[in-house]
Design a binder for this molecule. Structure first.
Ligand code: ZN
Length: 287
C-alpha cells in the first residue's frame, strides 16, 4: 500500500474525512500549511504534528488530548539507541513536549502531561534472514527473474517477521506433516548458537501469551539478533549502528517508559483564614 503513488493523497483525504468538526483539517491547513503527506515518521513530520496540536490546544482548549511523536523510533532504528543522531532527535522531541505542556498549562494550570513509549530498543548486532532456510527446505518456493525482484510462487509455511521475533504461519494449520517438518527445521536452527535463537514456542505457548493468533510456532530471538527478510545471501549477517525492538517483553531493553509530569508548584490553597474557618465550621457541625 505504501508503494502506491497515491498513498499520501489517499491518507490525507482519509484524515480529512475523519476530522471533526467537518472541514477542520482543511481549515487548519489553510492557516498552518500542509499536514503530513503519507505516513511520514521523521522529525520534520513530528514538528508539523506539534504545530497542529498547539493550534488545537490554543483554539479548542481540549480537556484531553493524545499525540503520537514517532521520529525517535525512526532515528533509533536507523542509527541505534543512544547514538548521536537519536539523541539529537530526542532533544528536538523534548522541545516539542515543552511547547505542548506550556500550551496545555496556559489552558489549565493543573494540566498533567503523560509521556509513554510503546516499547524499548536494543542495539542490533546481527540480521537473521529466516526466510532463507524455509526456501532451502522447500517450504517457500520462489521464482528469480533477472528483470524483477524475486517472487513467491507458493508456500506451505513461512515466517512472519516482527523484529525480535518471527511467527511461523502454516498455510494449512492442520497440516501435521508440514508442522513436523517445520518443528525439525526450527530445532536445527536453534541448536546453532550463531543463529541467535533464544526460544521456539509451540502453538499452545503462543496462545497462552495471546500473541500472533493462528501461529503454529514463535521464534524468539536473542537481543541484538533481528529477524530480517533477505531471500538470498547469508542467513546471518553482521550489522552495526542500527536498533530494533520486538524482542521478548522480559528483556530489560524492551521495557517501555512512563513519565508523568505534574505542575511544579501546586496551585496555592485558598486563604488560610478561609480554610481555618471551614475546619472550625466542620468541627462545630460535627459537635
Ligand atoms: Zn520501530
Amino acid at each position: 500500500m505504501k508503494d502506491c503513488p497515491w498513498y499520501g493523497v489517499l491518507l490525507i483525504v482519509f484524515l480529512a474525512a475523519l476530522s471533526r468538526p467537518a472541514g477542520l483539517l482543511e481549515e487548519m491547513q489553510s492557516r498552518l500549511g500542509p499536514y503530513l503527506m503519507g505516513n511520514d515518521t521523521g522529525v520534520a513530520a513530528d514538528e508539523i504534528k506539534t504545530r497542529f496540536a498547539l493550534d488545537i490546544l490554543g483554539r479548542h482548549r481540549p480537556r484531553f488530548m493524545t499525540l503520537h511523536l514517532s521520529a525517535l523510533d525512526d532515528a533509533e532504528h536507523e542509527h541505534g539507541p543512544f547514538s548521536a543522531e537519536a539523541n539529537e532527535v530526542l532533544e528536538a522531541t523534548d522541545g516539542m513536549l515543552s511547547r505542548l505542556i506550556a500550551a496545555a498549562r496556559a489552558n489549565d494550570p493543573k494540566a498533567i502531561a503523560v509521556v509513554v513509549s510503546d516499547h524499548g530498543f536494543s542495539s542490533l548486532t546481527h540480521r537473521v534472514n529466516l526466510l532463507i532456510p524455509f526456501i532451502q527446505a522447500g517450504l517457500i518456493t520462489m521464482v528469480h527473474d533477472a528483470d524483477s525482484p524475486p517472487q513467491v510462487t507458493g508456500w506451505t509455511a513461512e515466517p512472519w517477521l516482527a523484529g525480535g521475533m518471527a511467527a511461523i504461519m502454516l498455510r494449512d494449520p492442520g497440516d501435521k506433516a508440514t508442522e513436523n517438518k517445520v518443528r525439525d527445521l526450527l530445532q536445527r536452527l536453534q541448536a546453532d548458537p550463531n543463529n541467535g535463537i533464544a526460544a521456539v514456542l509451540d502453538a499452545e505457548a503462543v496462545r497462552q501469551r495471546a500473541a500472533f493468533p493462528g501461529a503454529s510456532f514463535l521464534v524468539v530471538m536473542r537481543p541484538g539478533y533481528h529477524a530480517a527478510n533477505a531471500t538470498g545471501g547469508d542467513m546471518v549477517a553482521d550489522v552495526t549502528g542500527h536498533g530494533g525492538h520486538g524482542f521478548a517483553p522480559d528483556e530489560p531493553d524492551m521495557h517501555a517508559s512512563l513519565v508523568y509530569v505534574r505542575p511544579r508548584h501546586r496551585p496555592a490553597p485558598g486563604p488560610r483564614g478561609d480554610r481555618h474557618a471551614a475546619n472550625c465550621t466542620h468541627r462545630r457541625g460535627a459537635a
